[in-house]
Design a protein around this ligand. Structure first.
Ligand SMILES: [Zn+2]
Length: 474
């Protein structure tokens, strides 16, 4: 049921968003006789080109896997070529994603990554060569794909995701994330939830929903999932799926170590400061002498508690918080993400619903599970209230009206994405002072039309905030 809804949504979205498609398709379909369309793929004049295998999926009918909205035909491949895909991250997953998407026929791809290429990336990030060390990952990866796959244009952005405005993200049909940070994932998720508009009836405006396909790996484990912002479980709905960064309780490290990691942490957190080796220098995980010293002390401690498994490699891993990256896991997860993008674009098969787990620590396990939405999720349940005001209205009277309209306490706060407009707290005297000054300023000076404001107050349930957009009447 959900799948049907999403597929219809996607189709309608697609038809709205690429306006020339109707005429384009009519022309194309008009010229083709129906007998041509019934021909088997082996008689297709395109059968020998690079896209033969993809077109077997998009041109032919399928009995077992098909989505009810799938209509076989060459126009599906044209759609793939027109859709705009944004890839977040050009690292282990990102290299695989860019290669896969380009080889699926996607031609309009952009990629964001702020990192530069390091020697240790080269074993799995196969778009990079030794001569690329120190260069931007996004730029080198894009240049590689552009050079190799004719017709495909990958545009690189060597920056942080936070540096791009909402209008940039709004211009894509699908976002595929290959990130190694929970925070970056949450930021992207929140941006796409913000872009998904809710109408006055409380319904999601489907043509504003940009699906987010998210892949993640950790050693031999990985997952791929689809988020339809505000329609299905988002990253923040299921935040407890992400393990906290590897931090061990100090009491365990000090008194009841059980794991080899505990021994290394003990040396790092306690012994380094106590014994002050290397003339009291700060511990540098890149300095081999420091690592050797920690390794030696961690070995002593592990023998004391009869714990096995401390070696130099583990020591360095704990010190640098390295999670081993496994090329094969990246390949499986990126393949899954790319296939989901292909399915979204064409309806050739039902998308996963909605979270795929992969694990090959011991044998191979792969399965999907449906994550439910959290009705209290502050990210995907936030509604935007549009409020009409005059540019000359003072902040003071605007706040009074908000307090009345939403039954707030007498100390709400109003912030924008970049700073606060009104926030009175004893902890931030500077902001409180500026806030009080703002009370007698006209709204036209303080906020811009249609930008999102966050109204927060202790009296608001669930998320403690309401999103507001100001519409000026003058
Ligand atoms: Zn959510």
């Amino acid at each position: 049921m959900f799948q049907d809804m999403v597929s219809k949504h996607w189709q309608s979205y697609y038809f709205h968003s690429i306006q020339y498609k109707t005429s384009f398709l009519e022309n194309r379909m008009g010229k083709m006789s129906s007998s041509f369309r019934r021909m088997s793929i082996s008689n297709d004049p395109l059968a020998n080109n690079r896209w033969r295998d993809i077109r077997r999926l998009t041109d032919r009918d399928s009995i077992h896997l098909r989505n009810p909205n799938f209509e076989p035909g060459p126009e599906n491949f044209e759609i793939i070529q027109q859709i705009r895909v944004l890839v977040i991250g050009a690292g282990g997953l990102g290299c695989e994603l860019l290669k896969n998407l380009a080889l699926c026929g996607f031609q309009h791809i952009e990629v964001i990554d702020m990192d530069t290429i390091d020697l240790s990336n080269l074993n799995r990030q196969f778009l990079f060569r030794e001569s690329d060390i120190g260069k931007s990952k996004a730029e080198v990866a894009a240049a590689f794909v552009n050079e190799r796959i004719e017709g495909c244009t990958v545009i690189p952005h060597n920056c942080r995701i936070e540096e791009k405005p909402p209008s940039f993200y709004r211009s894509f049909h699908i976002v595929v994330c290959g990130l190694d940070s929970v925070n970056a994932r949450r930021w992207m998720n929140a941006m796409l939830c913000d872009l998904a508009q809710v109408n006055a009836m409380g319904e999601v405006e489907e043509n504003t929903v940009i699906p987010m396909i998210d892949g993640g790996t950790e050693g031999f484990k990985g997952n791929a999932r689809i988020v339809y912002p505000r329609m299905s479980a988002c990253i923040d709905c299921t935040l407890d799926l992400y393990p906290p960064q590897m931090n061990f309780p100090l009491c365990t490290i000090a008194h009841t170590p059980r794991l080899p990691e505990h021994c290394v942490e003990y040396v790092k957190v306690i012994q380094w400061d106590e014994l002050k080796p290397f003339q009291g220098a700060d511990l540098d995980a890149d300095n081999p002498n420091h690592v050797d010293w920690v390794f030696e002390k961690a070995m002593e401690r592990s023998q004391q508690y009869d714990i096995r498994g401390v070696d130099r490699r583990l020591t360095q891993g704990v010190l640098k918080r390295i999670i081993p990256a496994v090329a094969s896991t990246n390949a499986v997860i990126a393949a899954s993400c790319s296939i989901e993008a292909l399915k979204l674009a064409t309806n050739i098969a039902n998308n996963i619903n909605n979270y795929l787990n992969f694990n090959d620590v011991d044998g191979v396990y792969c399965g999907t599970v449906e994550m439910g939405r959290n009705p209290e999720c502050p990210t995907c349940n936030r509604r935007s209230e549009v409020i009409s005001v005059s540019r000359t209205d003072l902040l003071k009277s605007f706040l009074e009206n908000l307090v009345r309209a939403f039954n707030l306490s007498d100390n709400p706060s109003l912030t924008t994405g970049t700073g606060s407009i009104y926030e009175v707290s004893e902890f931030f005297p500077d902001i409180a002072e500026r806030s009080k000054n703002n009370l007698n300023r006209p709204l036209g000076d303080l906020v811009s039309e249609n930008s999102e404001l966050l109204l927060s107050d202790i009296s608001l349930k669930s998320s403690n905030s309401i999103s507001i957009r100001v519409k000026f009447t003058d």
